[in-house]
Design a protein around this ligand. Sequence first.
Ligand SMILES: Nc1ncnc2c1ncn2[C@@H]1O[C@H](COP(=O)(O)OP(=O)(O)OP(=O)(O)O)[C@@H](O)[C@H]1O
Ligand SMILES: O=C(O)c1ccc[n+]([C@@H]2O[C@H](COP(=O)([O-])O)[C@@H](O)[C@H]2O)c1
Length: 188
Amino acid sequence: MKRVGILGGTFDPPHLGHLLIAEEVRIELNLQEIWFIPTYTPPHKSESETSAEHRMKMLQIAISSNKYFKINAIEIERLGKSYTYDTITYLKQEYEDIDFYFIIGADMVEYLPNWHRINELIQMIQFVGVKRSGYKLETEYPIIQVDIPMLDISSSMLRKRLRNKQSVKYIVPDEVNRYIREKRLYED
Ligand SMILES: Nc1ncnc2c1ncn2[C@@H]1O[C@H](COP(=O)(O)OP(=O)(O)OP(=O)(O)O)[C@@H](O)[C@H]1O
Ligand SMILES: O=C(O)c1ccc[n+]([C@@H]2O[C@H](COP(=O)([O-])O)[C@@H](O)[C@H]2O)c1
């Protein structure tokens, strides 16, 4: 069976935290690929600030230097709320020969009891939790934990910095920074 990690996210914008957790989990669990799945509408928070097109483009730029990283646009194509249950149901039907591992930060681990159809979802896919500053990686659910170096960064912190015209260098890849500036994203 092929082993594939999934990192679902809003990626508004993508940052080094996303890339680091994906790479660390890939190596630790010996995964052949990581599929980044951008949400259309995130299930549990307000809509993204930038369009799906811009988020896809930034993600493409961000992952381009890693041959194991791919994008799967299923949630953007599906439109509506991006429930993981729907995505995994589809992926398991479509790719019977793949074992999927769904990577989440500790903030999402804490939130797991509130996920849509969690009792079914937890039987369908193996979750992999990673540390995140300010959150506990403790849960009753049978997740795998992977130890990663913590980077205390988030997309909301980046949006705030960009609004305030502060630097985001060394927090997002240079090419993503260039795209954000060129398209004047997150300016107000
Ligand atoms: N610095 C980080 N360390 C560990 N996990 C992270 C980090 N940043 C994001 N993640 C995880 O990556 C996934 C996608 O995150 P998302 O795209 O929502 O970014 P975010 O930084 O959490 O965004 P926002 O600040 O807008 O909520 C989530 O599972 C989240 O927990
Ligand atoms: O399906 C759910 O109920 C659910 C609730 C919270 C988060 N998720 C998924 O977890 C991933 C990270 O979410 P986010 O909002 O932090 O980008 C993303 O793929 C979401 O679709 C899914």
